[in-house]
Structures are given as C-alpha cells and as structure tokens.
Ligand binder design. Structure first.
Ligand code: HEC
Ligand code: HEC
Length: 283
C-alpha cells in the first residue's frame, strides 16, 4: 500500500513539477521582456560608458540625481546580498515597486517612478520580481541617499489600481497601461511650481533634461496635428519610439530609452500608438 501510494505520488509529482518549472520560466521570460523593454529599469540602474550600458555590469547601480529635494543614486538591484537586494523578500520588493517604501520604512525619491507602477497587474509585478531574482550578484555600493525633505510620490491619474488581465484585451486600455508603466507622460508633461500638470498639460512636452548630451527637451506627443504627433503615420511614431529618429529624420537625444523600446513587441507598439492617438491635443 505504502509503496503504491509513493509510486502514485512520484508519478503525480513529475508532471506537476514540470508544469511548475514551465510556469516559472514563462514568468521570468515575461519579466525579462518588461524590465529590459518597456520598463527601461536599466536606463537608470545600469552604469553607463561612452557607448551606453557597460556590458556585464547591468543593474549594479547607475545614475545620480541631484535636485533640490534630494541627492540620490539609482541603487544596485542585482542579487548581491550586501550591496544589492539579495536579502530583500519578494514582498519587500513588491511594496517598494508599488508604493516607494523601502523595508526600513523610508519613502524613496520619486525619480524612481513608483507612482506609475500602481497600475501593474499582479502577474507583471510577479514577473518583474522573478526576473530580478535571476540577476547575478554584482558587488557595488552606491552612495547613500540624501533627502532634503520627506519624499512623496504622485500616482499617475487613471493608474491608481492594478489592471486585470481582462482589461488588457482592450487595445487602447492596454496602450494606456504600457505607456503608464513606461512613465512616458512623466517625461512628456511639464511641471509648474513643482507639480506635474497631468490635468492640463498631459503630453505637451517642454520638460528639460540636462546631461552629457547637452540639454534635451521632451516634445509634444499629444494628438495635436500642428504641435504634436497627430499628423504622423503609425510607422513614424514607432520609429521615433524604438529607433530615436524624429519625423524629419533627425536623431533624438537621451534620456528616452529608445534602445530598450526596440525590443517591445509589434502588438504592444500598436497598442501604445492607439493610446497616443487618444491623448487630447495640446498646443
Ligand atoms: C528614472 C530612473 C529610474 C527608473 C526608470 C527605475 N528606477 Fe529604481 N530607483 C531609481 C532611483 C534614483 C532609486 C533610489 C531612490 C532613493 O534612494 O531615494 C531607485 C530605487 C530602486 C529600488 C530600491 C533599492 C534600494 O536599495 O533602496 C529598487 C528595488 C528599484 N529601484 C528597482 C527598479 C526596477 C525594478 C525598475 C524598473 C521596473 C526601476 N527601478 C526603474 C531610479 C529609477
Ligand atoms: C526619461 C524621459 C522620457 C521617457 C520615459 C519617454 N520620453 Fe519620449 N522623449 C523624451 C525626450 C527628452 C525627447 C526629445 C529628444 C530630443 O529632442 O532629442 C523625446 C522624444 C519623443 C518622441 C519624438 C517626438 C518628436 O517630435 O520627434 C516621441 C514620439 C516620444 N518621445 C514618445 C514617447 C513614448 C510613447 C514614451 C513611452 C513609451 C516616451 N516617449 C518615454 C523623453 C522621454
């Protein structure tokens, strides 16, 4: 009897184990697609050389942001237990991504776009964490953050609650979802008195980014036919996003992560364009 049930267990366990391994592999693959694509995590967290991300050092700590409210460095998010997030639990990583609160209770600076991740589906959030777990540990301690006032996050309007998989069946909704987790509108909406005007200037551009490239200014990506991209073809919009080439053929400057967006699937790009077409024109 005991033998028979053990055998049954063994027989039953084998296919279940395989299914589990497959589900896990699918989740990691989805996380890889998101992190290294639409989410552009490495755009901030990977150290840069003259030709972009330094190979073999990805996610080990990157850009420094020195602004009036804070001086912070994008930390090491590899699995190193001392200098990375190897000791964090899955729940701690998820809380950080969704709320900006670290395990020690400190709210991090809003350069880390957590206000755009509240919308993330449960599955995508799990996928990101599963992928982060596969990053080989790299030892690199970044400078401790300096906060000149308590930090807050601004949750992107319409992105307050996690989306469900069924909401993603609607093309425009899916496009809104993808553009939100890509924080497109954070860069493409101007600030007035320290507040991003998502209410009145959504997508109007005009925000400045100083860097080694000089100063780039985000452009109008509303459906305005004269000032925005309303008169562009779908192909022209996709080329700008994935290759960094404007409508007139000129090369666009950083910090937009064109080379990350190059791996976004054709279907997802279609959805993003469908959503951009619905953004009310701003002059
Ligand atoms: C626009 C730049 C930017 C992007 C994009 C970005 N981050 Fe961050 N991230 C930061 C900065 C800066 C901090 C540190 C903020 C601070 O110390 O207050 C941070 C903090 C973190 C932390 C906390 C680590 C610690 O040791 O405290 C984690 C985890 C993290 N980011 C993961 C991610 C993941 C995963 C993605 C992609 C989904 C991502 N980040 C996208 C800039 C960014
Ligand atoms: C980190 C900031 C940042 C993020 C995130 C970002 N952009 Fe941009 N984007 C810019 C800047 C800055 C420029 C202008 C670069 C230049 O003038 O050389 C630009 C240019 C563009 C252009 C070209 C417009 C033109 O007139 O040539 C399009 C289209 C665009 N972005 C769409 C998007 C979409 C869609 C997303 C999200 C998937 C996105 N951007 C995410 C900063 C950003």
């Amino acid at each position: 009897m005991i033998r028979a049930s053990l055998l049954a267990l063994a027989l039953g366990a084998a296919p279940m184990g395989a299914a589990y391994a497959q589900a896990k592999a699918d989740l990691v693959k989805r996380g890889d697609y998101l992190v290294n694509g639409i989410l552009t995590c490495g755009n901030c967290h990977s150290p840069k050389g003259p030709t972009g991300d330094i190979p073999g050092k990805e996610f080990s700590g990157g850009l420094q942001f020195d602004e009036p409210p804070f001086k912070v460095t994008a930390p090491n998010i590899t699995q190193d237990r001392e200098t990375g997030i190897g000791r964090w639990t899955d729940a701690e990583i998820k809380t950080l991504l969704r709320t900006g609160v670290r395990p020690d209770g400190v709210h991090i600076a809003m350069v880390m776009p957590t206000g755009f991740y509240h919308i993330m589906t449960e599955r995508d959030l799990n996928a990101v964490v599963a992928y982060l777990r596969t990053l080989k540990p790299i030892r690199n301690k970044v400078a401790d953050p300096i906060y000149r006032m308590p930090q807050v996050e601004h949750v992107f309007p319409g992105g307050e609650k996690p989306y469900t998989e069924s909401m993603m069946k609607d093309k425009v909704k899916k496009g809104f979802y993808l553009a939100t987790i890509a924080h497109c509108m954070e860069c493409h909406t101007p600030m007035e008195k320290g507040v991003r005007r998502f209410d009145t200037r959504l997508g109007a551009g005009g925000f400045e980014f100083p860097g080694p490239w000089g100063v780039s200014v985000s452009r109008n990506i509303t459906s305005s036919k004269t000032k925005g991209i309303g008169g562009w073809t779908d192909a022209e919009i996709k080329r700008a996003i994935t290759q960094g080439i404007s409508r007139d053929g000129t090369r666009l400057k950083p910090p937009m992560g064109y080379h990350y967006y190059a791996s976004v699937s054709a279907e997802d790009l279609d959805a993003i364009v469908a959503y951009l077409r619905t953004v009310p024109a701003k002059e």
